[in-house]
Design a protein around this ligand. Structure first.
Ligand code: ADP
Length: 228
C-alpha cells in the first residue's frame, strides 16, 4: 500500500505528476480541485457554495473541504494506494489530516512564481472531456480543439490574472508554511518542477525509491496529459 500527498504551487504540474504516478503504480488519484469542479459543473448544492471561492482563487472553507476529503478517502476504492492532490492546504487542514490519516510520503514540487504564472496563463481545458493542454508544452494538433474528443478548449475560470495572483498568494501565505509542520511528522520529498514532466517524474520516483512494475509495457511516462 502506498499513500502519498502531492503538494506544490499552482502551475507546478502536481496534477500531471500525480496522474503519471497513479497510472504506473495502480494508485487512485484523488484531486480535491477536480471533485469540487465536478460539483460546480453539476450545480450541486455544494458546487453552488464553493463556486465563488474557486473562481476568485480563494481557499474553500476548511469544514467543507475536510468533509469532501473524508468522504472520498472513506470510499476505500484503492487496492494499492492513493495520491492525494490538493489537500492539506493550510494549518487547520494539516492538523485534521494528521489526526485522521496515515501517509507514507509528502511529495513537494517546487517552482518559481514566474514559471508558475506563465504555465497557468497558457493552460487550456477541454470543455468536453476535461483533458488539460498547455500552449507551451502540450499543444493540441488543431488550435483550440481537443485531440481526444474534438471539444472546444477553454481557459479555466480561475486562470484569470486576478485569480492566479490570489491563488499564488494563498499558497505562499497558507500552504507553503505547512511544509515545516509536515516535515516534523512525515517524510517529505522535494523535487524541482521546472524540467519536462517525465524528468520531474523520474526524479520523484528516484527520491521515493519507486520502480514501476512493468514500465516497458506501458506508454512513455511523458505521454500523460493532465493539469497542474
Ligand atoms: P490549483 O492548485 O491550481 O489552485 P486545484 O484544482 O487543485 O488547482 O484547486 C482549485 C481550487 O479548489 C482552489 O483554488 C480552491 O478554491 C479549491 N480547493 C482545492 N483544494 C482545496 C483545499 N484543500 N482547501 C480549500 N480550497 C481548496
Amino acid at each position: 500500500m502506498r499513500k502519498f500527498v502531492i503538494m506544490g504551487p499552482q502551475g507546478s504540474g502536481k496534477g500531471t505528476q500525480a496522474k503519471m504516478l497513479a497510472r504506473d503504480f495502480d494508485l487512485v488519484h484523488i484531486s480535491v480541485g477536480d471533485i469540487l469542479r465536478w460539483h460546480v459543473q453539476g450545480r450541486t448544492k455544494l458546487g453552488t457554495t464553493v463556486q465563488r471561492y474557486m473562481n476568485e482563487g480563494r481557499l474553500v472553507p476548511d469544514e467543507i473541504v475536510s468533509e469532501v476529503v473524508k468522504w472520498r478517502l472513506d470510499i476505500h476504492d484503492w487496492r494499492y494506494g492513493f495520491v492525494l492532490d490538493g489537500f492539506p492546504r493550510n494549518v487547520a487542514q494539516t492538523e485534521f489530516f494528521l489526526e485522521n490519516f496515515d501517509i507514507d510520503a509528502v511529495i513537494a514540487i517546487e517552482l518559481s512564481e514566474e514559471t508558475a504564472i506563465a504555465r497557468m496563463q497558457s493552460r487550456r481545458l477541454c470543455s468536453g472531456c476535461a483533458l488539460d493542454y498547455n500552449l507551451i508544452q502540450l499543444r493540441p494538433k488543431v488550435p483550440e480543439v481537443c485531440d481526444n474528443c474534438g471539444g472546444r478548449l477553454v481557459t479555466r475560470p480561475d486562470d484569470t490574472p486576478e485569480a492566479i495572483r490570489a491563488r499564488l498568494s494563498e499558497y505562499r501565505a497558507k500552504t507553503h508554511p505547512i511544509l515545516d509542520l509536515l516535515r516534523e511528522k512525515e517524510l517529505i520529498v522535494t523535487v524541482d518542477g521546472t524540467p519536462a514532466p517525465d524528468i520531474v517524474q523520474a526524479e520523484m520516483r528516484r527520491r521515493l525509491g519507486l520502480v514501476a512494475p512493468s514500465t516497458e509495457a506501458r506508454e512513455p511516462a511523458g505521454a500523460a496529459k493532465a493539469g497542474s
